[in-house]
Design a binder for this molecule. Structure first.
Ligand code: S3P
Length: 172
């Protein structure tokens, strides 16, 4: 019913560095809701930044922890949740989010995205050691996992505040 729909948590997905965290914070503020950044929760759990988690424990352990935290978080009501760009590679995560939450895919074009690369590389182990061509390939390979059943927001040419308004307006 309407009441439970309005209480559903919102999950933001999309490739690394499209702005899920910044936009999520803004949406949370506009809706007076709590914001959960999954990467930050994972880092808190290990008490390490993501590249160190990858180095020390491996990506597999990172992905297991990511799954646990997302599955737990998406069951909560009235949250705004930003999940890492690789989270939707896991079917269990996709299923849990789809059944519990409203999902928005923040879609930025490759041309806009690649302008940001130097800001991202140090904190994103998945990008490290890759050529720009390999990153472009990864970018396009990942697109289909975000597409489909979600509301898509084309974020090129929009500032954070406009994207957050678009999301909150589309809930009305
Ligand atoms: C990853 C994305 C990152 C973070 C980790 C792995 C990925 O999150 O979870 O570095 O595989 O795409 P952002 O999408 O917030 O950068």
């Amino acid at each position: 019913n309407d009441v439970s729909l309005r209480e559903q948590s919102i999950v933001l997905i999309g490739f690394m560095g499209v702005g899920k965290t910044t936009i999520g914070r803004s949406v949370a503020k506009k809706l007076y809701r709590d914001f959960i950044d999954i990467d930050e929760e994972i880092e808190k759990k290990f008490n390490l930044p993501t590249p160190e988690i990858f180095k020390k424990y491996g990506e597999k352990k990172f992905r297991e922890t990511e799954k646990e935290i997302i599955i737990h978080s998406c069951k909560q009501k009235l949250k705004i949740i930003s999940v890492g760009g690789g989270a939707f590679l896991q079917e269990e995560i996709r299923k849990a989010c789809l059944s519990e939450c409203i999902i928005f895919f923040l879609d930025l074009s490759w041309d806009s995205w690649k302008e940001r690369i130097s800001l991202l590389i140090d904190s994103r182990p998945v990008l490290q050691g890759k050529t720009i061509e390999q990153i472009e390939k990864l970018f396009y390979e990942r697109q289909p996992i975000y597409e489909g059943h979600h509301s898509r927001v084309i974020t090129d040419n929009l500032v954070v505040d406009e994207i957050a308004d678009y999301i909150t307006d589309s809930l009305k």
